[in-house]
Design a protein around this ligand. Sequence first.
Ligand code: FAD
Length: 319
Amino acid sequence: MSHHKVIIIGTGPAGYTAAIYASRANLAPLVFEGAQPGGQLTITTEVENFPGFREGILGPSLMDEMRAQAERFGTEIRSETVLRADVAATPKRVATDKGEYTCDALIIATGASAKWMGIGKDEALSRTGGGVSACATCDGFFFRGKEIAVVGGGDTAVEEATFLTKFASKVTLIHRRDQLRASKAMQERAFANPKLQVRWNAVVEDIATRTQTLATGETVEKISALHLKDTVTGALDELAVEGLFVAIGHQPNTHLFAGQLPMDAAGYLQVVPGTTRTPVAGVFACGDVQDHQYRQAITAAGSGCMAAIDAERWLGEQG
Ligand code: FAD
């Protein structure tokens, strides 16, 4: 069992940024990358809103750059998934699929995953630039002048549908029931929006696609329509769209810490506001795992920086 000053769990923008700062502070962090090396941005194509890349950058390339930057300062990254963590022990204990480790400070950057509809095609098309997304802030700009749909009925779905009317020519909000869960004020704003229509009592049964040939000669499958089923009558019909946003929630990757660290009702880790400190001394959380508000690469990276600085200061105080 090897001992480390700092262990970081996760290699999304939060984990890599924490690693860059911690390694430059001579803390020699050990990082576990888990099942998704590079995190969520490795399953997307163009990222246009990460500062420093005026022409945009492919998600996987951005993450390769972050990884190389962390390694340049001596970060050790292991292809291991953390299976158990005992955060109350001194030193803290971490067990992966390949070994056991101890550390003084633990930085949790395990991210969150978008919930998909469970029909397979939605998640697959989101990975290949096929016109399906779970993030309006990230991808709304790509749908200027297009007819699109949003699936969901909560605050996030209604807010995203309203936001997307800034770009799309028409937004259809598809909801499985005959009333929304979103707050009244948000609903009123949505109903007053001439570009937004609600399709009540409907679920997406399937996604139709067409093959598009890119300038490079490559072909890509693009969404062309949704096959909808009426949840009351069972009737089937088709809605032609060029984009689909799935807004049925996110799942923070926090199961490892159940019963050990406080979480909100949706399972996000709770930190002392304005810091990355959890209530357990020496345990810090950064990125989407503690942020249900913004969930952006830049905010994840920013809080990864905070976590490394918080950990460095805490280690300094321990003498
Ligand atoms: P994540 O990126 O989720 O990374 C989590 C890491 O933790 C992964 O490496 C995973 O393997 C690891 N992990 C989890 N559990 C374990 C475990 N038990 N043991 C070891 N490791 C573990 N944001 C933007 O700013 N711009 C965009 O254009 C944009 N586009 C997006 C497109 C898509 C399709 C998606 C899904 C998201 C997009 N986002 C975008 C959001 C952005 O990707 C996230 O906000 C960001 O990746 C969060 O970073 P993170 O470091 O907190 O976690």
